[in-house]
Design a protein around this ligand. Structure first.
Ligand code: SAH
Length: 600
């Protein structure tokens, strides 16, 4: 588990909201969770405190509870196993008079406590000995620094506490600004370097995340590792992989990033254009662009030129391209935060939320809804997603603008956003997945090639309808949409006749709308040529939503009035049977056996 950066601030009552918001000024990306019914103007309302907290903790989200320490301890106690893995957990008093770091000592809880204390104008209740004395936690360096030899740290810290002096080799503001007993003649050494060096019990080595690797084409993991080894660079100092957006779908680049466990960020061809025209190779251009953006986000202006970049890494040429011109390495003067450079690979998930609200939504779809940055869909479907849509950019549209909606979604994803296109039921059944692939097929834009596209299935209306009434789809079946907006009625007629003749159970989608009323009666008349008037028909309306109604009628009773756009209709085959149960309910099923011998 990776510890996430943006914390969750959890409050139980409205009194705590003001203190929470005050702290959140210094916690970028933090989310305020408030107990439903007791709080308003929060980011996310929760109903179950324990479950919410444990779920956030398991995800590695830093937790700030504005409540008693005891509540947090008891809630999280069952989850505590590995102190290296736990995110920071802090309790803050409701009136903002105390902040107590409880867990996550190895993941920066004391730093977080100090920052909160500063904004609340109080003193953090820090209890970690080394931390109090030296104002820094050697075992949990800040983001952007990796301790190479944590096993040596305990004795090292004890020696410091016993009075040893320490020498700093390399620079890191968090160490030079601490109250460590720094002395150039110290017996102990702390070294900050991106170089591969051998640590020792009296030498703690921190690798700063300063190395950017630019890759422009297929390379294999071992050659990148070899290149790092040849350059004597520590893999732990690699901050990220950088690449042209056109290479985003290249699995080799993705494999390198996952082997090094770092993010990949991309540059568009527009962003690289001027560097390429200056004669840099594509890999060099990407490396320079990464350094320039890094410098830009630090407020050093974006006019960094190559000589500055080279001087920032005096021990290495910018490009270490002996084995391959597709790789360039650059070293920044300070740790890089890749999330501020370039853009991530865009993702487009086309998801089906099931026919109703949450009870028929798959865990995968729920996960996607949580992680996505943008939701695209028909307003009614987005509304059905409920609180999972909180905090996302919504791009609503009319239900008929499917092609336009697909283009909007692809364009957003090409900019590096994580877009979820929301359909009801299953996204591949009369829904948005097809629209997206149609657009890709007929209107393709090169920038869409970079997008990672994924379809997440959902329960379709016909499955939900079948489940509510028994097993009418228990043998061969088909689905036919009665909408003649996208296909001519003559095709629909042929299909109904063929399906009826072949004795399929038929699920009719889009049976009737305000403008389309006669189609259902015609469909019934075709069916009556092949099936008896008493064939069972299931009418299922508003499945999984308020007003759900499921009714069994016979084929002769199938008139347009009995259905609308929120109804799916299942017409039985010649085999389909109904069972009258003693409680008055009725079940419909289609037998699996197709022999005269019906005995089971
Ligand atoms: N992708 C959807 C189908 C969209 S087409 C799915 O897989 O279910 C829209 C049609 O689906 C509606 O006209 C209706 O026939 C059916 N439908 C969708 N949701 C429904 C629901 N909750 N109850 C009954 N029918 C529904």
């Amino acid at each position: 588990m990776m510890t996430k950066i943006a914390p969750a601030v959890v409050v139980l009552g409205q009194n705590s909201v003001a203190v929470a918001r005050k702290m959140m000024n210094i916690l970028p990306g933090a989310t305020l969770y408030g107990l439903a019914g007791r709080t308003s103007e929060v980011d996310i309302s929760y109903t179950n405190f324990g479950e919410t907290l444990r779920e956030l903790f398991a995800e590695g989200t830093p937790l700030i509870g504005i409540c008693a320490t005891g509540i947090l301890i008891r809630t999280l106690a069952p989850m505590l196993s590995d102190k290296r893995q736990e995110p920071p957990v802090l309790a803050v008093a409701e009136d903002g008079s105390a902040v107590v770091p409880l867990l996550g000592g190895l993941n920066g809880v004391n730093d977080l406590a100090r920052r909160i204390a500063e904004v609340l104008n109080i003193k953090a209740a820090i209890t970690t000995t080394g931390d109090i004395r030296f104002r820094t936690a050697l075992l949990s360096p800040p983001l952007g620094y990796h301790l190479a030899n944590p096993d040596d740290a305990k004795t090292f810290i004890s020696d410091l506490l016993a009075g040893a002096q320490v020498k700093l080799e390399g620079t890191a503001p968090w160490l030079s600004n601490s109250q460590l007993p720094i002395d150039s003649n110290g017996d102990l050494t702390i070294q900050i370097t991106e170089r591969l060096v051998t640590p020792a019990p009296n030498r703690l080595v921190y690798h700063p995340a300063t190395v950017a690797i630019a890759i422009t084409n297929t390379v294999d993991v071992t050659s990148v590792q070899q290149l790092l080894a040849d350059a004597e660079l520590a893999p732990a100092s690699v901050a990220g992989i950088f690449a042209p957006l056109s290479a985003a779908a290249n699995p080799a680049i993705n494999a390198v990033a996952s082997a090094l466990d770092v993010p990949i960020r991309f540059f568009t061809s527009n962003q690289l254009e001027s560097l390429l025209s200056q004669g840099y190779s594509p890999a060099q251009a990407v490396a320079i662009a990464a350094m320039q953006e890094d410098a830009g986000t630090r407020g050093r202006g974006d006019a960094v030129n190559l000589s500055q970049i080279l001087s920032a890494s005096p021990r290495l040429p910018l490009s270490v391209s002996s084995s391959s011109s597709q790789i360039a390495i650059a070293i920044a003067p300070e740790p890089i935060d890749p999330s501020t450079i370039g853009q991530p690979r865009g993702r487009l998930a086309i998801i089906g939320t099931g026919p109703g609200a949450s009870q028929w939504m798959s865990p995968e779809v729920r996960e996607i809804l949580k992680s996505a940055t943008d939701l695209v869909g028909y307003k009614t479907y987005l509304d059905l997603v409920g609180s999972l849509a909180d905090g996302k950019r919504r791009h609503e549209s009319d239900n008929r603008e499917e092609i336009a909606r697909a283009k909007v979604a692809l364009d957003l994803a090409a900019q590096g956003r994580y877009v979820a296109v929301v359909s009801s039921g299953d996204p591949g059944i009369y829904a948005m997945a097809t629209a997206v692939f149609e657009v890709l097929d007929y209107h393709n834009k090169p920038e869409w090639d970079s997008i990672d596209i994924h379809v997440a299935p959902g329960i379709s209306a016909m499955q939900a309808a079948a489940a509510t009434i028994g097993a009418p789809l228990g043998h061969d079946f088909c689905a036919i949409s009665l909408s003649d907006i996208l296909k001519p009625w003559s095709i629909i007629e042929q299909r109904i006749a063929a399906a009826a003749q072949a004795d399929f159970v038929i699920a009719f989608y889009n049976p009737v709308s305000k403008e389309r009323t006669w189609q259902l009666a015609q469909a019934r008349d075709i069916l009556l040529r092949y099936r008896t008037a008493d064939t069972p028909v299931v009418l299922a309306r508003n499945l999984g939503r308020p007003g759900q109604a499921v009714k069994v009628i016979t084929l002769k009773e199938l008139v347009p009035d009995v259905a609308d756009m929120r109804t799916v209709i299942l017409v039985g085959s010649r085999q389909t049977r109904t069972i009258q149960r003693s409680d008055g309910s009725i079940s419909v099923y289609t037998p699996r056996r197709y022999t005269e011998d019906k005995e089971i």
